[in-house]
Design a protein around this ligand. Structure first.
Ligand code: MN
Length: 128
């Protein structure tokens, strides 16, 4: 299987570093952005296989950034998983309404994250 590229958009440096370490352990190529604007640029340039999008970001929030990607015919196929705080049911509903493909609850567990991504790529791979 070809190496998958994952874009992490997360403003918290420690969380972002944790995600990078976990994803690299899962043998993913990792791109990182600390704000939505940089994330959108990277998404357009690099066409990652999946985006992990924090909802709460400085400036443009993750839901707004996802909305922009989902309304762009060149980008809307790109799966986006929301990174949400543990009890924010409203964020999950909004993410689903926008068309985001899933969500990951923070704090992120190593196994939970890697299992979720492996499941996604297994069921949405090019051979399916
Ligand atoms: Mn945040």
């Amino acid at each position: 299987m070809a190496e998958k590229t994952i874009l992490v958009v997360e403003d918290n440096d420690i969380n972002r570093e944790l995600m990078r370490v976990v994803l690299q352990r899962g043998e993913y190529r990792v791109l990182e952005a600390a704000d939505a604007e940089t994330g959108l640029d990277l998404a357009r340039q690099e066409r990652p296989d999946l985006i992990l999008m924090d909802i709460q970001l400085p400036g443009m929030d993750g839901l707004s950034a996802a909305k922009i990607l989902k309304s762009d015919p060149r980008m809307q196929h790109m799966p986006i998983f929301a990174l949400t705080g543990f009890a924010l049911e409203s964020d999950r509903q909004k993410a689903a309404d926008i068309g985001m493909e899933g969500y990951i609850v923070k704090p992120v567990s190593v196994k939970g994250l890697l299992d979720t991504l492996a499941d996604w790529f297994r069921t949405h791979g090019p051979d399916q």
